[in-house]
Design a protein around this ligand. Sequence first.
Ligand code: KG4
Ligand code: ZN
Length: 341
Amino acid sequence: MCLLALETSCDETSAAVIRNNTILSNVVSSQIEVHSEYGGVVPELATREHLKNFKSVASEALTKASCDIDDIMAVGATRGPGLPPALMVGWKAAQALAYSINKPLIGVNHVTAHLYSPWFSETLNRKYLDNVEPNISLIVSGGHTVLVKVNGSLNHEIIGQTKDDAAGECFDKTAKILGLSYPGGPEIDRLAKRGNPKAYDFARPMLNQENDDFSFSGLKTSVKYFLEKNSSILFQDDKLPDLCASIQAAIVEVLLKKTVRASRRTNLKCITISGGVARNSYLRSEFNRECANRGIELKITMPDMCTDNAAMIGLLANLMHEKGDLSNSLNEDIEPNWCIN
Ligand code: KG4
Ligand code: ZN
């Protein structure tokens, strides 16, 4: 018997099948091409794409898992946070399916699913979330930058978050200023590999404030003003890798120093990182280096599960189902502004 999970909170249509804490399939249909000409996600287009694709994505997930409708013992889906019309597609489909096959529906918080995704490992022979140690967790995505104190499995509290743009949003917006294609995060990561992170000194907002909050809009503005004053740089192709490496270094330095500071203050010697920006190669290597030097255990979500996917939703839904936390989701509505729960 298996659990079918659906995720449509932003611009990825995804379905996964989970059995006994194992991911049997995880199909992700990305809408990058649809949104790239607009330089960001257009909610109405995202919704249309979800409507067009979710049926074939869900069928493919079931086929890959060798499951059919009769094998589904529960349905899980993202209830929030996310773009309201996009969320609505997956959530309403999940409600209709659960109702028609008379099985429970589990509503999952998308950010909480990111938060616990570093604990899934295909190689370790243990159940998902069986051995969650107290840790400081950084969730860095296109919509969220949150620092969380995790006391144990599904026991956590937010200690800080961004006051304006999310880290992924900062990658995407500065990439747009540089004329790179959407989404800019992976483009900056790729170009920065050939650049010097110390070439330009961009703002590191809130770095020296003794709190756990972040701010990234000032960094975006400092890049914008710098390029307005030095516009010729944009026409010199050889300068692009240095610009990318310097922007990336500024974002990662703030994330790294503030996360490590929270770990020291709380005396928690374990750090976890999740969300789309956790795919960034420089972030992964900088955290690895710093944590190794300081004797801090580091767990970063495996690269394929950093960006939005239904497997992380399914793993959490499966756990909630095992714990009997069904909270009668058949009668609930989407929660577009849901905080981590
Ligand atoms: O978690 P996610 O798929 O969606 C949200 O829940 O927001 O994260 C998407 C974000 C985008 O801003 C994208 O640019 C960023 O993750 N991202 C990266 C990389 N891969 C994805 N940012 C920096 N470096 C990357 N390699
Ligand atoms: Zn996400």
